[in-house]
Write a new protein. Structure first.
Length: 86
């Protein structure tokens, strides 16, 4: 969650819609910075649902391990598909 002023600069209405990191940055014409984010619990750096890219924007020191943690979490909860017979 970004501050209302950042959201408004991207042409978005308060409490309206969703944008991925890339689309938000494209609208802003710059890369997101840690100061763009609110202190809402969803922005916690330990949130397992964030992407590596999002984590790198929220942290002054990017940590690629966070992205790997998300991938490992998805692999753990994703049901395995049966292999298709050839």
């Amino acid at each position: 969650m970004v501050h209302d002023a950042v959201w408004a600069r991207a042409g978005m209405y308060s409490d309206g819609g969703f944008l991925c990191v890339g689309c938000l940055e494209k609208r802003l014409g710059r890369t997101l910075r840690p100061s763009d984010f609110t202190d809402a619990p969803i922005n916690d750096l330990d949130n397992p649902w964030q992407t590596e890219r999002l984590a790198s924007r929220k942290s002054p020191q990017p940590n690629p391990a966070r992205g790997r943690a998300v991938l490992e979490h998805w692999r753990a909860i994703k049901p395995r598909r049966a292999a298709k017979p050839h």
